[in-house]
Design a protein around this ligand. Structure first.
Ligand code: 6R9
Length: 650
């Protein structure tokens, strides 16, 4: 049974665990309903209360929502605050000795960093980058391994009002260069390398390559010595240790307006160029803190672990900012779940007594394949809540997570949200909302989600449609960096009555539960990572031997989707050994252009691509061919029907 079918036939319901509910922050359906009603009756008042309760403001706000320039909504505009103060200083001195980050390196060595140490390291680095001339509003690119210094770099930027843009360490020099140039960053913070699965990740050399290829805005590169083998370029490069050596452990925080951009984070859309999603300091932090409290029910004695990389939005809201804003202890892991063996996650949960664990369906599916006896070797009794994010979780994987990892005791929070939403939008409050395997359940209080047709009209129960959010919320995207028109076009298309268009299709069942069906645009979800088909196509056609390319997704057991590329070469269509060699060349090429995560799993060569008479590539047909099916319906609109059999390999 494939994912979609199994979700459509799923009817199991799991009531909140009464023991959990007894201690939960929101411990009953009544409590959830009361919050929903509060938001309904006084929407702005509801959000103002959350913003005051969850954050510490230097200048309190009096304006709540400013919609005068909609859809560029603005929140808490006359308030001022600093994100690093909210994540660190306000927990001091009370939590000075409390561990903020338990960092486990790829090789298993462990470092603990207290809130006081975190404060001091952030202050030193903030003073360091200030001494390099970085000031409020400047953009800083962060290209780091999953080590505490990544969060320290983010918080150091926030401390002085610089806008960070984290680039996932798995992205290539080319992708890095594009992001540097789009942001116009003055500074890059990187490391000499990282370690993943026993292998080094050459971050510094990618930065060098990007800069050689042309990044005119970059003045300095700060290099953290993770491996201790940094070769520094005179003039531009500064060793992290040297930069902070003589710096003070106090750094006056820059109090910024709530709307001051906290960060830009690039994500894939339906054109070749990734979008720089811009988030505002105040609003982002409100929802990041609130959802960690409500959905993950985080408390002072929890040990929390989110396995996401800081290069993704999940790492922003659920590694760096959210948990630290709540002052909890978290685990940060540099490596991968399969190294040195497939028991790594479970061993780490035992070792650090993790109580709240948040990961992606793709990891769950991969680990499930290894069998129940792998997790059985570890003591998982510290766990009290499990979360998932990134893609729809198939009920089989959900049940395994529930039964084998959660011992049928831990609630599962399937959290639907996006880079653009900044924080969870639809997810169960674990003490209040019954769960159904495969459903992200119901919208959080204050989030007005709905499913509508292409004109913005509500659709009936169980009918698929566009997932929209009807009212602005604090952590929403403010704009696409440098491209207001694309922001409006992508998220607030005219026909949709001013609703935020998520780009996902979904249905709602009779109980009001949401079931996400997938993207409505040309965005793939490979192992929970968003990749635009156009992005990969652009990379392929940039190769001198490629004339044309079309990329589609194909269902995959573990990755959710895998990438299939149909390629037309310049000159003759390669066959046999020549085709094999070309496949390798192109996979390496895409890894170089974007990153290894974008490598096509399957490349097929054709003399041409199936096109309409007006020249449009028929992706619908290619999706069928990718799974080995010759299209049944009408292909008479095709310019060149014979090409289908060739691409199918028949
Ligand atoms: C947080 C994150 C967003 C897209 C989103 C949707 C998919 C995320 C999901 C989910 C079903 C969930 N998605 N969580 N689909 N159930 N719980 O992943 O952000 O990288 O921007 O991706 O991921 O398709 O639109 P991002």
């Amino acid at each position: 049974m494939n994912n979609l079918e199994s979700i459509l036939t799923e009817n199991r319901v799991f009531q909140p665990n009464p023991e959990f509910a007894a201690h939960a922050r929101i411990g009953s359906l009544d409590a959830y309903n009361a919050l929903v009603a509060e938001a309904q009756n006084d929407y702005e008042g509801f959000w103002a209360r959350q913003a005051r309760e969850f954050l510490t403001w230097d200048t309190p706000f009096t304006t709540i929502l400013d919609d005068s320039n909609a859809p560029h909504y603005r929140w808490f505009t006359d308030g001022k605050l600093n994100a690093s103060v909210n994540c660190i200083d306000r927990h001091l001195p009370a939590k000075a000795q409390k561990v903020a980050i338990i960092a486990e390196a790829d090789d298993g060595s462990v470092r603990e960093i207290t809130y006081q140490q975190l404060h001091d390291e952030v202050a030193k680095l903030a003073n360091g980058i200030k001494s390099l001339g970085v000031t409020k509003g400047d953009r800083v690119i962060i290209y780091m391994p999953m080590i505490p210094e990544a969060s320290i770099a983010m918080l150091a930027c926030a401390r002085i009002g610089a806008i960070h843009s984290v680039v996932f360490g798995g992205f290539s020099a080319e992708a890095l260069r594009d992001r540097i140039n789009d942001t116009g960053a003055r500074l890059v913070i990187t490391a000499d390398g990282g370690m993943r699965g026993g292998r080094t990740v050459p971050l510094k050399s990618a930065v060098d390559k990007a800069l050689e290829a042309g990044c005119a805005s970059v003045e300095k590169v700060v290099v953290f010595e993770r491996l201790g083998n940094a070769a520094l370029n005179a003039g531009t490069d500064v060793a992290w240790s040297a930069l902070i050596a003589d710096k003070s452990t106090t750094c006056d925080p820059e109090m910024v307006e709530a709307e001051h951009p906290l960060f830009l984070l690039y994500t894939s859309g339906s054109t070749g160029k990734p979008k720089g999603v811009q988030h505002a300091t105040g609003g982002f932090l409100v929802n990041a803190a609130l959802t960690n409290a409500w959905v993950f029910d985080l408390n002072d004695d929890d040990v929390y672990w989110c396995t996401a990389d800081v290069g993704w939005i999940t790492g922003h809201s659920y590694v760096t900012y959210g948990p630290l804003a709540l002052g909890v202890t978290q685990v940060m892991f540099e490596g991968i779940p399969s190294y040195p063996d497939g028991g790594r996650f479970w061993q780490m949960i035992e070792r650090h007594k993790v109580s709240v664990f948040y990961t992606a369906p793709t990891a769950i599916r991969a680990l499930m394949k290894l069998g129940d006896d792998v997790p059985a070797k570890s003591d998982l009794s510290s766990l009290r809540l499990l979360g998932t994010v990134g893609e729809p979780i198939n009920p089989e994987a959900w049940m395994w997570y529930h039964r084998v990892i959660g011992s049928e005791r831990c609630p599962i929070a399937d959290t639907w949200w996006q880079t653009e939403t900044g924080a969870h939008m639809i997810a169960p409050l674990p003490g209040a909302i019954a769960t159904k395997p495969g459903s992200c359940t119901r919208p959080l209080p204050g989030i007005i989600a709905d499913i509508v047709d292409d004109e913005g009209n509500p659709v009936g129960h169980n009918q698929g449609g566009n997932l929209v959010i009807k009212k602005p919320w604090p952590s929403m995207i403010r704009t696409i960096w440098g491209d207001d028109a694309r922001f409006q076009r992508s998220y607030f298309p005219e026909k949709l009555k001013g609703y935020y268009l998520a780009g996902d299709s979904a249905r709602r069942d009779d109980d009001g539960y949401f079931w996400i069906m997938g993207r409505i645009d040309d965005v793939l979800n490979v192992s929970g990572h968003r990749l635009g088909t156009m992005e990969i196509e652009s990379a392929l056609v940039a190769h001198p031997l490629v004339a044309e390319a079309a990329v589609v997704g194909k269902p995959h057991d573990i990755k959710g989707e895998s990438i299939v590329a149909f390629v037309v070469c310049k000159g003759d269509r390669p066959e046999g050994d020549a085709a094999d060699a070309m496949v390798k060349t192109l996979r390496d090429w895409v890894a170089e252009q974007i990153g290894p995560i974008a490598k096509p799993d399957d490349i097929r060569f054709g003399d041409n691509l199936p096109k309409t008479r007006s020249g449009k590539i028929m992706r619908r047909l290619l999706r069928g061919i990718a799974i080995g099916e010759l299209p049944q319906g009408d292909v008479s609109t095709l310019e060149n029907p014979a090409i289908l059999e060739q691409l199918l390999g028949k």
